[in-house]
Design a protein around this ligand. Structure first.
Ligand code: ADP
Ligand code: MG
Length: 403
């Protein structure tokens, strides 16, 4: 089976097309902090408009409790979109009610409307399939076709992602198509040397990815909070660092599998240990196998990879032709502990080949640390979705598009 793309929908002139986007942008007091997700939708919006379609955008934003809540209104996103396309964008104050009906009815060919937050309706995310289906049928009244382009939600069985696509003629948008092309290169045909860099807070989030990618990679570099569970698996004490004791055996198993497969699994040789989990805490660099030798003893917290490790990781990364990175190397939100993450981002930007950043916090980290999106081959817009894809799972929202 292959993914149905825009061309499969035929001539869209005069047709009403629902476009499922992921406009789940970070907001602060109603102001959009990062409009990356709206920008990511522009190619598909533009393609649909040029084809003469009447574009009806639907999305979720945040986690409202299944009822209208002005803090999660999509109105700021509609306003931002109007600025980005330098054109009028109509906005409906509900998702399937009278306002949505009038707004869609008034659209002319090539025009764009945004309907209010899908999640103001509890049906969108209901566990009950028939409830989701009924909601999807109400949405379907507004369109002749649906284009699914919210890559960040394709791993979810939700009405706008899964049921709607089975009611109307449906296809993937350009963003979903592009994400898949890149992710597929990471699983099917990577150019070697292939390096995967993992970090972030929890090992348990990333175990599936390690398991699926281990037979495919040359180097697996471990940083972030998860490195301490690996160090514990080697028998080292890790002070008060993040530790998932119930994953120690699994980490040990991965280390021996890596050995069997000839994969170079690299754990840090030095780490930064802080006296407290705070940006102004005292900190020192110690050998990774002697964390409790720091002046803070068993209360020291590992917060970043050390400079020797950063240099070693950077060398391996920049000598690779395919690199996938998920999860910050340290607590980058605190400036003194962002060095490891910065070194990895820098090395990724120097890769001669394909470099991919996946994960919401990792994408935020590279932007906060002053890198441009263009310095990387690809920054995935879907953290959970990209990880599940790389775990080899079937994603419901892609399955319904013929994938
Ligand atoms: P992503 O969203 O990119 O998949 P995660 O959500 O897995 O990444 O992890 C991001 C978080 O991991 C960040 O908030 C960062 O502060 C945290 N983190 C990184 N290193 C450590 C560490 N040593 N101890 C605690 N938290 C850490
Ligand atoms: Mg995260």
């Amino acid at each position: 089976m292959s993914l149905r793309t825009l061309s499969s929908l035929g001539d869209l002139r005069g047709k009403r097309v629902i476009l499922r986007c992921d406009f789940n942008v970070p907001l602060s007091d109603g102001v959009i902090v990062d409009d990356g997700r709206i920008r990511a939708a522009l190619p598909t919006i533009s393609a649909l408009r040029s084809a003469g379609a009447r574009v009806v955008i639907i999305s979720h934003l945040g986690r409202p409790e299944g009822a209208p809540d002005s803090r999660y209104s999509l109105a700021p996103a509609a306003t931002r979109l109007a600025e980005l396309i330098s054109d009028h964008v109509a906005f409906a104050e509900d998702t399937i009610g009278a306002s949505a009906e009038t707004t869609v009815a008034n659209l002319v060919d090539g025009a764009v409307a945004v309907l209010e937050n899908l999640r103001f309706n509890p049906e969108e995310t209901s566990k009950d399939e028939s409830v989701r289906l009924a909601f999807a049928q109400k949405l379907a009244r507004f369109a002749d076709a649906v284009v699914s382009d919210g890559f960040g939600v394709v791993h979810r069985k939700q009405a706008s992602v899964y049921e709607l696509e089975q009611i109307l003629p449906s296809a993937a948008g350009l963003l979903v198509e592009n994400e898949l092309n890149v992710l597929q290169q990471l699983t099917d045909s990577p150019v070697h040397p292939y390096t995967v860099v993992l970090g972030g807070s929890k090992v348990s989030d990333k175990l599936g990815v390690i398991s699926h990618l281990l037979p495919r990679v040359d180097n697996l570099l471990i940083g972030g909070g998860m490195l301490f569970t690996f160090l514990a698996a080697q028998g080292h004490s890790v002070g008060s660092s993040l530790l998932e004791a119930d994953q120690i055996d699994t980490c040990r198993e991965y280390m021996s599998r890596a050995l069997e497969l000839g994969v170079n699994l690299v754990l840090p040789s030095d780490v930064v240990v802080a006296e407290a989990f705070a940006p102004d805490a005292r900190f020192v660099t110690v050998p990774a196998d002697h964390i409790e030798s720091s002046p803070f003893g068993s209360s020291g917290i590992g917060v970043d990879i050390g400079p020797t490790t950063s240099a070693e990781f950077a060398k391996i990364i920049s000598a690779s032709h395919t690199v996938f990175w998920n999860g910050p190397a340290g607590v980058f939100e605190m400036a003194p502990f962002a060095s490891g993450t910065r070194a990895i981002a820098q090395a990724l930007s120097e890769v001669d080949g394909l470099s991919v950043v996946g994960g919401g916090d990792s994408a935020a980290a590279v932007r906060v640390l002053g890198f441009d999106d263009e310095q990387f081959g690809h920054i995935s817009t879907g953290g959970g979705a990209s990880l599940e894809f790389l775990e080899g799972k079937v994603l419901p929202g892609l399955e319904v598009l013929g994938w």
